[in-house]
Design a binder for this molecule. Structure first.
Ligand code: NAD
Length: 490
């Protein structure tokens, strides 16, 4: 561990000294106001770096830069864009350790997951690089008098706003398809985890991405984020974050008729029927809530158990939850690191009281360990009912609420009885039941007898308060591009 800490501190030393800057028009620049804010580590609350505190003027400069670079980037042969995006992926792979280590200290996410997240970022770039040449593909729809042709063109400069959970991977997930489509980008990363967005921008610059194609503006949501969503030169906003922020962005972007794509919160159910492979279901349920600190939009934060198997399942679950290792994110054995920041830590811990007041039981975890850092123990609530706040609200920590059902109909009612609809996980050996159930389950993505396994060509996104639009495969291009119809008289 101490060797890893030394290494991570060495990677972060230049940020500690020089701060996290903006990147506009190919140059590293401070906020125009000269203002900065402090970024602290969730591990021990120590100072990590100063960050440019940008506002509307910085966003304006970045949007103008993205606008000026747009035509040349759009008109560059797609094969050239493909080459540059592959070079960015090469750069990510070459600096994967630096990215993973920086992300651990900046976010508190454990190294065992962050090493993979950095490489997933490279995969995202490769996937969309290979698709760039087909992004403009259309079709012909002839009529008796017209040869009708459809084609796609990039929408223009776009804004990308990302959250603090797995910030590196999520940034690549949004930015790679935008660039592949031929859009230019202004990225506003989360204020709580700005370091790896800066490294990513540097990698793109070193890969030969033309100046102005990718601009990075740091700052708070209510200043820089808001200005980005309101800017007239920005044609679309790809946003990942909380549902209530999504509503705000929709309002802010309405004046300029912004196209929006939202990946928002979740309260995802894992439903275990009594005929399921219970050992595999147990492994998956644990992984889906207690990995990535539970700070994961697709986490299975509600566990719905059929009554006949609930007692035994919960007993095994309690034993497993109590053996999960909480610790320093740079320790390779750590399964749960500290939560991102003090306010979030307090929010997560507040649910321990809420649960007990509402009549639920804390079967494991509950109290936060003493000492520095935003550490919470993995927590399991039992004796909960579907109307309780712990069964309705997104807690976004390593906290799982169990609920009991008797019939398939009851399971469906509980699963659908929340505002959210991002993912669902169904465990049963009865394939007909699985088909019937998944057809009615209100979620954008469902896995049957599996944890969440991401496959890049498939659509990613949620329904209800969990989002608008889809990413992945061609769906990403549909968002970042405009359909165009041209009719030739024949
Ligand atoms: P958040 O909504 O507080 O912030 C996300 C980003 O929005 C940040 O960059 C922030 O600065 C910016 N922002 C805040 N107010 C803004 C405003 N008025 N205008 C423009 N930008 C603004 O979310 P968070 O707390 O950083 O992230 C956690 C949330 O993200 C959780 O709800 C989680 O479920 C969700 N999330 C969803 C997905 C998904 O794919 N559905 C993925 C990851 C995270």
């Amino acid at each position: 561990l101490s060797a890893n800490i030394t290494k991570a501190e060495a990677y972060l030393a230049r940020f500690k000294e020089g701060g996290v800057m903006n990147h506009i028009g190919g140059k590293s620049v401070p906020a125009l106001s000269g203002e900065t804010f402090e970024n602290h580590s969730p591990v021990d609350e120590e100072f990590l770096c100063h960050v440019a505190k940008s506002g509307a003027a910085d966003i304006d400069a970045a949007a103008r830069s993205a606008h000026a670079a747009f035509a040349a980037w759009r008109d560059l042969p797609a094969t050239n864009r493909k080459k540059i995006l592959h070079k960015i992926a090469d750069g990510i792979e070459a600096r994967a350790e630096e990215i993973a280590f920086a992300e651990c200290l900046d976010t508190g996410q454990p190294l065992r997951f962050m090493s993979k997240a950095a490489l997933r970022g490279a995969e995202n770039f490769r996937f969309f690089a290979d698709r760039a040449p087909a992004a403009r593909d259309g079709q012909s729809l002839p009529s008796p008098t017209l040869m009708n042709v459809t084609t796609r063109v990039p929408i223009g400069p776009v804004g990308v706003i990302t959250p603090w959970n797995t910030p590196f991977m999520l940034s690549t997930w949004k930015i790679a398809p935008a660039l592949a489509a031929g859009c230019t980008v202004v990225h506003k990363p989360a204020e709580f985890s700005p370091v790896t967005a800066s490294i990513l921008c540097e990698i793109a610059h070193d890969a030969g991405l033309p100046d102005g194609v990718w601009n990075l503006v740091n700052g708070f949501g209510e200043d820089a984020g808001k200005a980005l969503t309101e800017h007239k030169l920005i044609k679309a906003i790809a946003f990942v974050g909380e549902s209530k922020t999504g509503s705000m962005i929709m309002r802010q972007g309405s004046e300029s008729l912004k196209r929006v794509h939202f990946e928002l919160g979740g309260k995802n159910p894992v439903i275990v029927f009594d005929d399921a492979d219970l050992d595999r279901a147990l492994d998956a349920a644990i992984f889906m809530i207690y990995s990535l600190n539970g700070e994961r939009c697709t986490s299975s934060s509600r566990l719905l158990l059929q009554k006949s198997i609930a007692g035994e399942f919960i007993d095994k679950l309690v034993a497993r939850v109590n053996s999960i290792r909480v610790g320093h994110p740079l320790d390779r054995n750590t399964e749960i690191g500290p939560l991102i920041h003090q306010t979030h830590f307090e929010k997560v811990c507040s649910y321990f009281d809420i649960a007990q007041k509402d009549g639920a039981t804390i079967a494991a975890g509950g109290k936060a360990p003493q000492g520095k850092g935003h550490y919470v123990r993995p927590t399991l609530f039992t004796n909960a009912t579907p109307d309780m706040r712990i069964a309705q609200e997104e807690i976004f920590g390593p906290v799982l609420t169990t609920l009991i059902f008797e019939t398939e109909g009851e399971a469906l009612e509980i699963a659908n009885g929340v505002d959210y609809g991002l993912t669902g996980y169904v465990w049963t050996q009865d394939i007909i039941r699985a088909m019937r159930f998944t057809d009615k389950l209100e979620a954008g993505m469902i896995w049957v007898n599996s944890e969440n396994v991401r496959h890049l060509p498939t659509p990613f996104g949620g329904v209800k308060a969990s989002g608008i639009g889809r990413d992945g495969g061609d769906w990403s291009f549909e968002f970042y591009m405009e359909q165009k119809h041209i009719g030739f008289a024949i």
